[in-house]
Design a protein around this ligand. Structure first.
Ligand SMILES: Nc1ncnc2c1ncn2[C@@H]1O[C@H](COP(=O)(O)OP(=O)(O)OP(=O)(O)O)[C@@H](O)[C@H]1O
Ligand SMILES: [Mg+2]
Length: 361
């Protein structure tokens, strides 16, 4: 795995503003590709070196959020025309040039395996949960936590915000500089106090005072705002060492705003676009993306647990791993792998305590 680029704290200034707006002030010369990209060629590329891109176009592209070859190679022509303010022919040429530079296309399965070796795993702080997840939450993929209210979705998301900042050898993502986390909060349930409680157990391994500074909180007030924050996260991840993005919860706004059968198609279309942004960000930047999701009951189901995640097949296809959380006695919760391309359908018990998520002894 290529090491994450060392970055000085002066390169950028992140603020956790009153009102919860996400704001990242960038320096004049931001570092390139701070996260470990999945494509091994990716870290060598520079958009200025693409044929046909002059300094003015490169500047325009950067300002529109296309500062890396990956971002250009994976955008659609329509999007580049709209966002980059460029003509269709130029956009098409730029995208093709970026794809050529990155050698995009089919790759042999042994290379897929090699790329997956770049994948990292973030500890949950519970050994039994980590075992369930095959070592932790994967980077380069979307993991969905779904379950009824108070089953621990938000708590687990909070704990991962802390754990991701641990050094690599302790199950975090930090190699030689601070790791940043983005928390898109749609329900107003982000609690920095809980982050501080959860940080205490890693006091010797983390600079507790820095933990909150590295979490960028964005309060999304409606689904459009939520989508803008996700796009901003994708843009910032090109220049900032972002290791984890949380969206808690994915669907709440969409569900509340699109009521009735007639609006379902447009809701799903927007949701699809949103999820695509998140999925692409996870894969291109080799980041962990955590989504929390609600359940709806299926009253016609006679056997098994009559609950399933909302969002339909769009959410189902985007989440590589789906984890179902449910309540047990007192502080105990049960996590089950509901869908994974790799992991067996298994379950385990954990506890939510004042100090965070821990194993049951
Ligand atoms: N400080 C704390 N000490 C102990 N347990 C806590 C503490 N804070 C929260 N919890 C536990 O976490 C539970 C809430 O979990 P969480 O907020 O993760 O639910 P959720 O699955 O996100 O629910 P929702 O669907 O309503 O968002 C509480 O019911 C409580 O059991
Ligand atoms: Mg919650």
């Amino acid at each position: 795995m290529p090491p994450r680029k060392k970055k000085s704290n002066n390169d950028s200034k992140s603020t956790l503003e009153e009102g919860g707006e996400l704001e990242v002030e960038m320096s004049e010369n931001p570092p390139t590709t701070p996260t470990a990209p999945l494509s091994k060629e990716a870290s060598s590329g520079n958009i200025d070196e693409l044929p046909g891109i002059g300094p003015a176009t490169a500047k325009k592209l950067r300002e529109s959020g296309f500062g890396t070859l990956e971002s250009l190679a994976t955008v659609s022509i329509g999007q580049l025309v709209a966002v980059g303010n460029l003509g269709e022919a130029t956009s098409s040429k730029i995208i093709q040039a970026a794809r050529d530079a990155l050698d995009f296309g089919f790759v042999a399965a042994d290379e897929v395996l090699e790329r997956r070796r770049n994948m990292l795993k973030v500890t949950t702080g519970s050994a039994s949960l980590d075992d369930l997840f095959g070592g932790g939450i994967e980077t380069g993929a979307v993991t969905e936590l779904y379950g009824e209210y108070r089953t621990g979705k938000t708590q687990l998301a909070h704990q991962l915000c802390v754990a991701a900042q641990l050094p690599r050898e302790l199950g975090g993502l930090r190699v030689d500089g601070p790791i940043k986390v983005i928390y898109i909060d749609t329900e107003g349930t982000f609690r920095p106090e809980r982050i501080l409680n959860m940080s205490k157990r890693w006091e010797g391994d983390l600079d507790v005072k820095e933990v909150l500074k590295n979490i960028l909180h964005g309060r999304a007030y409606n689904s459009d705002h939520q989508m803008v924050l996700a796009e901003k996260a994708a843009q910032d991840s090109q220049t900032e060492p972002i290791g984890l993005v949380v969206v808690d919860s994915l669907i709440a706004h969409f569900r509340a705003e699109y009521i009735g059968r007639g609006t379902l198609a447009s809701r799903q279309q927007k949701l699809n676009q949103h999820i695509h942004t998140l999925l692409k960000m996870a894969e291109v930047g080799n980041m962990a993306v955590i989504l929390t999701n609600q359940v709806h009951s299926k009253p016609d189901m006679f056997f098994g647990d009559p609950t399933s995640p909302v969002g339909g097949h769009i959410v189902a296809h985007a989440s590589q791993t789906r984890v179902y959380l449910r309540k047990s006695k007192g502080e105990r919760r049960i996590a089950r792998i509901a869908d994974s391309p790799l992991l067996p359908e298994n379950e385990t018990v954990f506890a939510i305590t004042g100090d965070g998520i821990i194993d049951i002894n």
